[in-house]
Design a protein around this ligand. Structure first.
Ligand code: PLP
Length: 384
């Protein structure tokens, strides 16, 4: 089916999906097999070995490509496996410009693993066009963005940044985990590759770990497909089934995450004990206008600053409905302390520079009742 003229709500349910050719099963079956019988020596069926191809994975890859309005999807065993396989496009001596505030695991992978293989990284405020332009070098091969960033929700103008990267001959990659294609589609804004941790909103139920890359460039797809098979960090068919199942409700979940996210951000912004709230939907968010141009919603991630580690600790320990946990994007509300949890591997000076303070609390606002979430936050803030 031709997806682009359907709404994202419809694409989430049907995108890239067709009944199973063997049985007509409307949901892609879990093809639990390591290999495939070959009818005759040299006869190609399209299926040879399950690291290379698996029908459950192919269904998910097609669904994700349709949602991002890209041509090709590739799935991996985690978000970090997707990013690792992507970075294997590069060679020793290549340079990458990266949003200064990304997920801490991305920082760790780039600086502590890939730098040992001769890749070089510059961490810049990609929301500042002059800083961005100035960061490119003759050997820059990739611009790697998050918008809004994890956890302080800094916004980059994706179209403007991708135009600069194209002019400099570099690929633009956008980690779209926070927004999901329901709210933001970076390929339409000029990005070459979209990254996802499908662990998060795309699966949406906190019951598996996975990752994905999506592109519309056929040549790039062939190189990434080669790396997917060569590196071998592929997801199990069962995990692909779980993410596919999650995709079906992406639209309803994202609308609810956002409604609750807005309510929580507004509540926190009016609370006397909260110093600062990071949420692109708030009037005073510096990236709000850019975000509204490139995304159709603000999402369910909210971060707020209480001013000190002790205050953050009291608040986190007093929360009931919000579970203290790493990760995000599931139906249940989670709270974390980025400085000691998700971003612990980012050096303290960089953490301070990007606003990941000791008093910062990050919320992944779930789909529970709004009044219950606000009451939980209200009670926890009384203990601060
Ligand atoms: N990108 C972002 C924005 C994330 O928040 C995360 C994980 O928290 C990742 C990538 C890594 O994904 P995974 O945990 O699935 O490896």
């Amino acid at each position: 089916m031709e997806e682009p003229h359907f709404t994202p709500d419809t694409v989430a349910v049907h995108g890239g999906q067709s009944p199973d050719p063997a049985t007509g099963a409307v949901m892609a079956p879990i093809y639990a097999t390591a290999t495939y019988a070959q009818p005759q020596l040299g006869a190609q069926t399209g299926y040879d070995y399950a690291r290379t191809v698996n029908p459950t994975r192919s269904a998910l890859e097609a669904g994700l490509a349709a949602l991002e309005r890209g041509r090709f999807g590739l799935c991996f065993s985690s978000g970090m496996a997707a990013i690792s396989s992507l970075m294997a496009l590069l060679s020793a001596g290549d340079h990458v410009v990266v949003s200064q505030n990304t997920y801490g695991g991305t920082y760790r992978l780039f600086e502590r693993v890939f730098s040992r293989f001769g890749l070089r990284f510059s961490w810049v405020d990609t929301g500042d066009p002059d800083a961005l332009r100035g960061a490119f070098r003759p050997e820059t091969k990739m611009l790697y963005l998050e918008s809004p960033t994890n956890p302080v929700m800094e916004v980059t103008d994706i179209a403007a940044a991708a135009a600069i990267a194209r002019e400099k001959g570099a690929l633009t990659v956008v980690d779209n985990t926070f927004m999901t294609p329901y709210f933001q589609r970076p390929l339409e804004l000029g990005a070459d590759v979209v990254v996802h941790s499908t662990t998060k909103y795309l699966n949406g139920h906190s019951d598996c770990v996975g990752g994905a890359l999506v592109t519309s460039d056929g040549e790039l797809y062939e190189r990434l497909k080669f790396l997917q098979n060569s590196v071998g960090a592929v997801p199990s068919p069962f995990d692909c089934f779980l993410v596919l199942r999650g995709l079906k409700t992406l639209a309803v979940r994202m609308r609810r995450h956002e409604a609750n996210g807005r309510a929580v951000a507004t509540f926190l912004s009016r609370h006397p004990k909260v110093l600062r709230v990071h949420y692109p939907g708030l009037e005073n968010h510096p990236g709000r206008a850019v975000h509204e141009r490139q995304a159709s919603g603000y999402g369910g991630m909210v971060a707020f600053d209480l001013g000190s580690f002790e205050k953050a600790r009291r608040c986190l320990n007093a929360l009931n409905l919000f579970t203290l946990a790493e990760s995000l994007g599931g139906v249940e509300s989670l709270a974390c302390h980025p400085a000691t949890m998700t971003h612990a591997s980012v050096p303290e000076d960089l953490r301070r520079r990007i606003g990941v303070t000791e008093g910062l609390v990050r919320l992944s606002v779930g789909i529970e009742g709004e009044a219950d979430l606000l009451a939980d936050l209200d009670a926890a803030l009384r203990k601060v």
